[in-house]
Design a protein around this ligand. Structure first.
Ligand SMILES: [Zn+2]
Length: 191
């Protein structure tokens, strides 16, 4: 699925289970970070017309969608948080929600399903794909993303923190203030 869907999936999970801003940020990033291997798209597009194109996206995309990398992310969560094991378990879960979302709804425009090489580079066993996989731009992804954004808005207004807090506390305060003002006026029955 798209990085936007992964981001909101991780953030909603983090908002529910995280005990502070740092935990929420780590759980959020755990849901996004597997796609870092997709950054190879940039050199690949830039060199497409050249004599020696760099096929980094085609070759490496999904190489971080693995148990090994999940272990790295989980370890980082363990080290950086106060609740160590609890945060590590939720980072592990968040990472795997990303894999699940890719498995069910990331078919490319060319029909390629981007199998998940779960045990790479240790073994080629457990390479996951699903025949019922829908396309990246199919309606279930749009519905899921819209639902996640709705839940996010509800959390921002009710609980007083937003996804922007991952990047900046000051900007987060401003977002919460303005959304509360807007929605509390628009919906007199309260959210
Ligand atoms: Zn992915």
């Amino acid at each position: 699925m798209s990085p936007v869907t992964h981001f909101f999936t991780g953030w909603v999970l983090g908002a529910i289970v995280g005990s502070d801003r740092r935990e929420r940020a780590i759980v959020t990033l755990a849901a996004v970070v597997p796609d870092v291997d997709g950054l190879g798209i940039i050199p690949e597009l830039l060199t497409r017309q050249s004599r020696h194109p760099l096929l980094w996206f085609s070759q490496f995309h999904h190489d971080l969608h693995t148990l090994l990398f999940a272990g790295v992310v989980t370890f980082v969560a363990f080290v950086l948080t106060a609740r160590r094991w609890t945060a590590a378990v939720f980072a592990f879960l968040s990472f795997h929600l990303h894999l699940l979302e890719d498995l069910v709804g990331s078919r490319g425009p060319d029909g390629f399903g981007w199998p998940i090489p779960y045990l790479f580079p240790l073994s080629s066993r457990w390479t996951w794909s699903w025949s019922g996989q829908w396309a990246l731009n199919a309606w279930p992804n749009l519905v899921l993303t819209a639902a996640l954004i709705s839940v996010t808005l509800w959390i921002v207004i009710r609980w007083g923190f937003s996804p922007v807090e991952v990047f900046s506390i000051a900007a987060d305060r401003a977002v919460v203030r303005s959304l509360r003002k807007r929605f509390e006026r628009a919906q007199p029955f309260g959210l």
